[in-house]
Each structure stands twice: as C-alpha cells, then as structure tokens.
Design a protein around this ligand. Structure first.
Ligand code: GDP
Ligand code: MG
Length: 163
C-alpha cells in the first residue's frame, strides 16, 4: 500500500527540498491537480521499500501578511485531510519560531498523525533547534538534512508504524 505523506511547515524550512528528494529524479514529473489549487504538488516516491505519495504544500510565500494565518490554516487542513501522516518541518538552524508554534497548534488537534522533522540538521548548527523541537508537543523530532540526504533512515523508521 502507498502511504500519503503531507509535508507541512512555514516558508523556507525545506519542504520542497524534501519533496524533491523523496520524489527522486525519475519521478520529477509533478502533476498538478486541475481545478483544485496550485498550493499543493503531488508526486509518487519511494523511501527504501516504502511507496509514498508525497504532497508538498506552498503558496504561503505569496500570501499578504494579514491573510497568512487564515491561508495557512486552510491549506494545512486540506493537506491533512488527504494524508495518512504529516511531516511538520522546522528549520533546526533557526529554531522553533512563533509561526512554527502556530502550525503545531493546528497539528495537535488534527486526527492525522504527525512526525516533527528538524530539517537543516547537517553539522552542529541544528542541534539547538532539534532540542527545541521536542517542546512542540508532537513527539520526538527526526533530525534530517533534506539537502544532503542525511537522516532518511530515521525518517523511514518514523514512518514505518503508519504504513
Ligand atoms: P520551502 O519553502 O519550505 O519549500 O523550502 P525550500 O525547499 O524551498 O528550501 C528553502 C531553503 O532552505 C533553500 O535555500 C534550500 O536550499 C535550503 N535547505 C533545504 N533543506 C536544507 C538542508 O537540509 N540544509 C540546509 N542547510 N539548507 C536547506
Ligand atoms: Mg516550497
């Protein structure tokens, strides 16, 4: 069976980088869902022997500041509704920000299981943010570097119970 995984988080935490990494080169063709929204991208992907349908969320980058919160909630809830599991990314180098807390609030009341991913964890610069991520109240964070491909085995392990 295919696990549908939604990648969620504030702009610039590395959602699209992770999406592209999981989608792989031969699956670079991303089909838009006509008539739905351009805020989400879908791809088939693979992590080890695990078949994934990956959902990338975006569009918040262009939202005016006063519309950001509502837009974020609406888009996140849509992605959660169709996902088996959500990956909530934070930028471990930046630590947990108020916007991250806002996402965490939405995710805490959602029935969709959540895995917190502390991205940009290569080297030592992410260690503080990784510790902060425990405080989100969404379980043990998975340290990852989407850019370098580090931590994918830990992500696999975290996804396994949801398969
Ligand atoms: P999105 O807005 O959440 O989709 O974030 P992007 O995937 O567009 O990435 C935002 C920035 O973070 C880009 O400059 C990426 O190259 C960078 N980035 C993504 N993943 C990593 C990572 O694992 N480590 C570091 N150092 N930078 C990363
Ligand atoms: Mg993006």
């Amino acid at each position: 069976t295919t696990l549908t995984v939604a990648i969620i988080g504030r702009p610039n935490v590395g959602k699209s980088t992770l999406f592209n990494r999981l989608a792989g080169r031969r699956l670079a063709i991303v089909h838009d869902q006509p008539g739905v929204t351009r805020d989400r991208r879908f791809a088939d992907g693979r992590l080890g022997d695990m078949a994934l349908r990956i959902v990338d969320t975006a569009g918040l980058e262009e939202a005016p500041a006063d519309a950001l919160e509502g837009r974020m909630r609406q888009q996140t809830e849509r992605a959660l509704a169709e996902a088996d599991v959500a990956l909530m990314l934070i930028d471990a180098r930046a630590g947990v920000t108020p916007l991250d807390e806002h996402f965490a609030q939405i995710l805490r009341v959602s029935p969709t299981p959540v895995i917190v991913v502390a991205n940009k964890c290569e080297g030592r610069a992410g260690q503080g943010g990784l510790m902060d991520a425990y405080g989100l109240g969404l379980g043990d964070p998975v340290p990852l570097s989407a850019e370098h491909g580090d931590g994918l085995a830990l992500l696999y392990e975290a996804l396994l119970p949801h398969e």
